[in-house]
Design a protein around this ligand. Structure first.
Ligand SMILES: [Zn+2]
Length: 190
């Protein structure tokens, strides 16, 4: 497998739709090292602002803020969580529709825990998920989107515990995106 280079990953983080199709395909496949690189790049936005601006006079800060605001916002828009646990990877039973698949994604102090469980119809699957975030985040009413490889798009909202449920989901790979206020987290399910 050929990994995209850092510049290509940065472009994808910033605006995935304008990045080359091969990069999009590779990132959507959930490649772990590339996802981690994307998370690192995503986290750079606030760090760069802090490092650059903390010792400057206020008017210089305001000026720079205005200049780079758009770019930092686009970098901060996506937080790609790293896949840290996948029961299919452990058991080597990928595709076994009778087993519930457990996945865990993390990014800093945020986590997404997902279960892909067999649905009522043969071959169908449901997604049970939960977002974990520090107490200052209000998770109720967050927008949860599932984006499939063939353009499928399913949507639901999270409850006050950050839990959500989507039935009749497409087969993996797919992407799950959570957004609520400034919290925007993405998980790539391989
Ligand atoms: Zn890769």
């Amino acid at each position: 497998m050929t990994h995209p280079n850092l510049e290509q990953i940065a472009l994808w983080v910033e605006d995935k739709l304008s990045s080359p199709a091969e990069t999009q395909e590779h990132m959507n496949s959930g490649c772990v090292p590339c996802s981690e690189e994307a998370t690192r790049l995503t986290n750079l936005g606030p760090i760069v602002r802090e490092a650059l601006f903390s010792n400057m006079p206020k008017e210089t800060q305001d000026h720079l803020n205005a200049v780079v605001q758009t770019r930092i916002e686009s970098l901060s828009a996506f937080l790609v969580a790293s896949l840290v646990q996948d029961s299919y990877a452990l058991e080597g039973v990928r595709g076994a529709a009778t087993d519930t698949r457990h996945l865990r994604f993390e990014s800093g102090d945020l986590a997404i825990v997902l279960q892909v469980e067999p649905g009522p119809k043969t071959g169908s699957s449901n997604l049970v998920g939960q977002i974990y975030a520090p107490d200052q985040y209000d998770l109720e009413g967050g927008k949860v989107q599932l984006l499939g490889e063939k353009g499928e798009a399913l949507e639901t909202t999270s409850d006050d515990l950050g839990e959500f449920f989507i039935d009749a989901i497409p087969e993996a790979p797919f992407t799950v995106e959570f957004s609520k206020d400034e919290l925007k987290l993405r998980a790539l399910i391989p």
